[in-house]
Ligand binder design. Structure first.
Ligand SMILES: NC(=O)c1ccc[n+]([C@@H]2O[C@H](COP(=O)([O-])OP(=O)(O)OC[C@H]3O[C@@H](n4cnc5c(N)ncnc54)[C@H](O)[C@@H]3O)[C@@H](O)[C@H]2O)c1
Length: 351
């Protein structure tokens, strides 16, 4: 498991505590199972099976068409199987399914710029197919939506609450991602209200950690690769656009709680609300984490990256705190240190 830290998996297993027993003896189908988040789900379930679920393990079926994860390491665990499948096509499974986690998606702006139609299809047709499976099996369904459904918010809606309806463009370089996630949420609403399917929507806010591919092109792998290669960082636009960053262990605990405790029909922001920082402040935070000055340039958005970026992004997590007992505990400096130690030892420095 050289692409993740065993200590992170152990941390998630420990933090789940008694909640882990809800997964005992159950079957989980996860789409996007070879992606960044999907592989963590698989490793955490495997970690549970080796410890607290050893006598009644969870069975995992991971689906992925590998469109953006061809180089993911192979998955070899007891009670876990991988199926190469494009979820744009319906999928049936002979046995029972208790939880469907639909995490397939084209998440990196670089890739959804390259694959706009596939991005729409996986969040619309893929979500519909997986909802149909959940409905047929009587399974709980969890959809990985995105904080991007809020678009570019007015300052009075920052931090964003789940009730904020967003400010999103139907046309433009980001629309294929943002709008398809919004339709995916609508499909969940329809299945919940029309068929009673217990749906939960997760809106993650910039999750990061070991295991992000060097060619992922989201901001932290991009910066880490250039630091490894001794190159100045390229900060797009003015550099004052803000984000919050949630370390993978915090996010995974939140996701696994949402899957079992999410109120049917509800959506949850999962992220770390503190600190909300600009991209220039992120460079400074990285310098602090690795204990050396990181040089950067402000550049125009390249053609490969969708401009029209939201200027602010910060989650209000009071609902997840109250209903899921979700509480992020890894501060930015600690998380960046864990990520950078791993990235500088793993990446080649070629981006
Ligand atoms: N990581 C984050 O910070 C974040 C933030 C917001 C939303 N999300 C959402 O969470 C989900 C998981 O994110 P991630 O970071 O693991 O992304 P990722 O790109 O690392 O993984 C997604 C996986 O889905 C697979 N996939 C794409 N289209 C598919 C299809 N048609 N059929 C089957 N598999 C397909 C890809 O091959 C990939 O392995 C995505 O839906 C993403 O949009 C993630």
């Amino acid at each position: 498991m050289q692409d993740m830290l065993q200590s992170d998996i152990d941390e998630v297993v420990a933090r789940l505590g008694a909640n882990a027993q809800t997964y005992a003896g159950k079957t989980v189908m996860i789409t996007g199972g070879r992606g960044f988040l999907g592989r963590y789900f698989v490793e955490v379930f495997s970690g549970l099976n080796k410890t607290v679920l050893a006598s009644n393990p969870v069975t995992v079926i991971a689906l992925d068409n590998l469109i953006t994860s061809k180089h993911a390491p192979p998955m070899k665990h007891d009670h876990m199987s991988f199926v190469a499948h494009d979820v744009i096509q319906p999928y049936d499974h002979a046995g029972p399914v208790d939880f469907v986690i639909h995490a397939a998606g084209i998440a990196s702006p670089f890739y959804y710029r390259a694959y706009p139609l596939e991005t729409l299809d996986v969040a619309i047709n893929g979500t519909r197919n997986m909802l149909a499976l959940a409905e047929a099996k009587g399974a709980r369904f969890t959809f990985f939506s995105s904080s991007e459904i809020y678009g570019d918010p007015d300052a009075k809606h920052v931090p964003m609450q789940e009730s904020y309806r967003g400010n999103v463009a139907t046309q433009g370089p980001r629309a294929c991602y943002d709008e398809s996630k919004r339709v995916g949420e609508t499909l969940c609403y329809i299945y919940h209200t029309k068929y009673g399917t217990p749906t939960t929507i997760i809106r993650p806010f910039n999750v990061y950690g070991p295991g992000m591919g060097e060619a992922d092109y989201r901001v932290l792998p991009n910066f880490a690769s250039r630091i490894k290669g001794g190159q100045p960082l390229n900060v797009y636009g003015s550099g004052v656009q803000t984000r919050t960053f949630c370390y993978i262990t915090d996010a995974l605990v939140g996701f696994l709680l949402a899957v079992i405790k999410g109120v049917p029909g509800e959506s949850y922001n999962i992220g770390n609300p503190r600190p909300e920082i600009s991209m220039i402040q992120l460079v400074e935070a990285l310098s602090k984490a690795i204990d050396r000055e990181v040089p950067y340039n402000l550049i125009e958005y390249p053609d490969s990256y969708p401009a029209d970026e939201p200027m602010r992004r910060s989650p209000d997590i009071r609902k997840a705190r109250l209903q899921l007992e979700f509480e992020p505990t890894v501060d930015l400096n600690d998380g960046l240190k864990r990520f950078m130690d791993w990235a500088l030892a793993t990446y080649k420095g070629t981006i």
